[in-house]
Design a protein around this ligand. Structure first.
Ligand SMILES: Cc1cc2nc3c(=O)[nH]c(=O)nc-3n(C[C@H](O)[C@H](O)[C@H](O)COP(=O)(O)OP(=O)(O)OC[C@H]3O[C@@H](n4cnc5c(N)ncnc54)[C@H](O)[C@@H]3O)c2cc1C
Length: 407
């Protein structure tokens, strides 16, 4: 009987197991996870779960019974640190697992702040349920929080903390928030929106010192000489793919475990999916790594297909969402290298779509509170439509016309 071993029980790992059963795989499936919870939805960790608006049980994808029914073995609190490729065997302290196929779904880990006092008890990262549970213990008594990093995590936490009544400061090292992922127009929109909600956003903020006593940070000093008081510091400065294990086995890695469009690594019976993988995407004819739920879900289907011998391949349009206050940001496509940005709608009323063009064609969109229109653009980009920017910039352009052809 064929055996699939999945290392990592996050979105990509669990969904690979689900997809295998859906695709009719009858062999043995084992998921190994170093966390103590059944596979769960990670996005609420910086949103509703952080605000304590949903119970922990609601985070799980499936109940324990579901795994039993589907005959998916799941080993929690189990970390894999070595894999023997000669014998296709994985050994932990108290068990060993054989495999015919191994799927790396090890995700990514927060980039750590390398600085004195970064190990203080009131400094947090946000990746796992356990991080949020520790944070909850301190939030109730806290009045001021400093968020280091103005990316999605920082901004979503800022929104949650404002709703909880804390004084919030975001320290962003670059000249604008969200610089890595969006245009100056959209960054400015988010900066203004957060500022209007009461967040102090400081850009070009280089953290110099975390000032602590008894392992508790009380203030953060900047290179500018400014010092800001804090009860809690949360660091969201990006994530690093968990490739150590794959690397140690001689599997090709470069900002992620490298795979072809079938999610296969440089070793044929070993696959990689999700945040840990740098995969070839046939729609873009290039390899890249993404950190998003849709990417993890799409790749889990591809990996399952590769294992059972079908021909599905990775041609998913990258897309992502972020919820802050009552703003739904949805992004599709890859905007890097764009040479024009055209806004449809009214940026001041928080209902707009930023359209990014390159060489006269649409390559990506960022949508705020325009979900219906966003879906049309996403579908068009995903189908490889060559939408002309001149058409989009026409004042009579209606996104609905993309598929009705009425423009
Ligand atoms: C706070 C937060 C909010 C987010 N919000 C959004 C959002 O709004 N929209 C969106 O699209 N995406 C969002 N994301 C990103 C999204 O959650 C990730 O892209 C997705 O979880 C990736 O799934 P994964 O399975 O690849 O990795 P993960 O979900 O990180 O799962 C990897 C698992 O493998 C385990 N593991 C690693 N190494 C080992 C080992 N050696 N042995 C055993 N287990 C191991 C890890 O502990 C982890 O449990 C968010 C992420 C975070 C952290």
């Amino acid at each position: 009987m064929s055996k699939v071993l999945v290392v990592g029980g996050g979105h990509a790992g669990a969904n690979t197991a689900f997809a295998l059963r859906k695709d009719g795989f009858e062999g043995e499936i084992t998921i190994i996870s170093d966390e103590s919870y059944l596979p769960y939805h990670r996005p609420p960790l910086s949103k509703d779960f952080l605000k304590q608006n949903i119970a922990i049980e609601k985070l799980s994808f499936k109940s324990a019974d579901f795994y039993k029914e589907q005959k998916i073995n799941i080993n929690l609190n189990t970390r894999i640190d070595a894999i023997d490729l000669e014998s296709n065997l994985v050994k932990t302290n108290d068990a060993s697992f054989e495999f015919n196929y191994l799927v790396f779904a090890t995700g990514a880990s927060p980039r750590l702040l390398q600085m004195e006092n970064a190990d203080s008890k009131n400094l947090f990262y946000l990746r796992q349920i356990s991080d949020v549970l520790s944070l909850h213990k301190q939030i109730t008594a806290a009045k001021e929080i400093i968020l280091i990093g103005g990316g999605y995590i920082g901004l979503e936490v800022a929104s949650a903390m404002i709703e909880l009544g804390l004084k919030v400061t975001i320290l962003e090292a670059e000249e604008r928030i969200l610089k890595r992922v969006t245009s100056p127009e959209v960054s400015k929109f988010y900066n203004d929106f957060h500022s209007n909600k009461g967040v102090e956003v400081i850009c070009n903020a280089k953290v110099n010192n975390l000032n602590a006593e008894n392992q508790m940070i009380h203030s953060v000093s900047l290179e500018s000489g400014e010092s800001l008081a804090a009860d809690i510091v949360l660091v969201g400065i990006g994530a690093i793919p968990n490739t150590q294990l794959a690397d140690s086995m001689g599997i090709e890695c470069s900002n992620g475990i490298r795979t072809d469009q079938y999610c296969r690594t440089s070793i044929p019976n070993i696959l990689a999916v999700g945040d840990c993988a740098s995969s070839f995407n046939a729609l873009f004819n290039q390899e890249f790594r993404l950190e998003s739920v849709p990417n993890a879900l799409a790749q889990s289907k591809v990996a399952s297909s590769s294992i059972i011998g079908n021909e599905l391949f990775n041609n998913e349009l990258p897309w992502f969402w972020s919820d802050q206050y009552d703003l739904k940001l949805q992004m599709a496509g890859l905007s890097s290298g764009y040479d024009e940005c055209h806004i449809i709608g009214d940026i001041n009323s928080a209902e707009f779509i930023a359209c990014y063009g390159k060489d006269g064609h649409l390559i990506a969109v960022d949508s705020v509170n325009q979900s219906k229109q966003f879906m049309l653009f996403k579908k068009a980009l995903g189908n490889g439509f060559q939408l002309e920017m001149s058409l989009i910039k026409d004042k009579n352009f209606q996104p609905e016309s993309i598929f009705s052809g009425s423009n």
